[in-house]
Design a protein around this ligand. Structure first.
Ligand code: FE
Ligand code: FE
Ligand code: ZN
Length: 301
């Protein structure tokens, strides 16, 4: 009885999904269908190729159909996430106008879809220095986030590859401090990035305490769940399948089921295996809380 309760309780509470695609033919409807294949109850997508600015016009009929399918399957749109394209680099003042305009357009697209959460890489300072980079991020966010903005822009914690900013909670804190509309800003933690940035994920409660002190737990809106191909503090940012990397299955399970993170969507961005998405098998093993030793073979089948 107790087992049944804990099992069902976790099953209902867990908000888990993965990166899925949003294609030009079926748009959001395609994303929802893919999500259902993985037995997930949330998802994240790019509104177009992350490395270019070509975007299709949102088709309201497809959005309506997608929302209906979500409702039938208990997917709450509040938990759905869009990832902003990574060509936006708010830290680089050279492309200030382009960055602000494109981020504004992306915010509008996300709002048209009725989605609340937009994950954004803070940016790379490309040699300008940390302080200058952070200043640029703050002024562009203050331009892009307007009075009537409904979306919450979630700054992702980064691995610290190259000149990436947002590699520690101090930098995230500084950015948030400078943003005027604080109810429109949030944070997305990425487990691979945290590990690669030097955070020890064997004790996630310590990390959450530090985050709460420096930034505030109320800002935490999304968690990217990825294993890492590299050791702690490597500043590499190469994602690995769940349980196969240096973070390991037990540590990731403790993060996913951490009581303080209840209600926060967990999104997998683990690599495809020989062209096959790993998400159905990874989500199954996360729900069972048991590592599948045949994970890779099962994904390939
Ligand atoms: Fe990201
Ligand atoms: Fe991520
Ligand atoms: Zn990454």
């Amino acid at each position: 009885m107790l087992f049944w309760y804990t099992y069902c309780g976790d099953y209902m509470d867990l908000i888990i999904g993965s990166h899925v695609s949003f294609n030009k033919d079926e748009q959001l409807l395609a994303s929802v269908k893919e999500t259902l294949n993985y037995n997930a109850n949330t998802f994240m997508f790019y509104t177009g190729a992350p490395q270019n600015t070509i975007r299709v016009k949102i088709n309201d009929d497809l959005t309506k159909k997608a929302k209906q399918l979500m409702e039938e399957n208990g997917i709450d749109i509040k938990n759905v996430v869009v990832h902003a394209p990574y060509i936006i680099n708010l830290a680089n003042s050279a492309n200030f106008d382009f960055n602000v305009r494109f981020l504004k357009e992306e915010i509008k697209r996300v709002e048209t879809l009725g989605i609340e959460k937009l994950v954004l890489h803070p940016g790379s300072h490309v040699g300008l220095g940390i302080d200058e980079g952070i200043k640029n991020i703050i002024s562009s966010l203050n331009m892009a986030i307007e009075d009537d903005t409904k979306v919450i822009v979630c700054l992702e914690t980064m691995a610290g590859k190259g000149t990436e900013l947002g590699k520690n909670f101090e930098e995230i804190k500084k950015i948030i401090e400078g943003v005027k509309k604080k109810d429109k800003i949030g944070v997305c933690m990425d487990t691979c990035h945290l590990n690669d940035a030097g955070y020890d994920l064997t004790n996630f409660d310590n990390i959450l305490d530090e985050f709460d002190k420096k930034v505030g737990l109320n800002y935490l809106k999304v968690i990217h769940i990825n294993d890492s191909k590299n050791i702690i503090n490597s500043h590499k940012d190469r994602h690995e399948n769940i349980g196969i990397g240096t973070i390991g299955f037990e540590n990731l399970i403790k993060i996913i089921y951490n009581n303080k993170l209840k209600g926060i969507p967990k999104i997998l961005e683990t690599p495809y295996v020989e062209g096959n998405p790993p998400y159905k098998q990874e989500i199954e093993m996360i729900r069972k809380k048991e590592f599948n030793k045949n994970l890779i073979q099962d994904i390939l089948e």
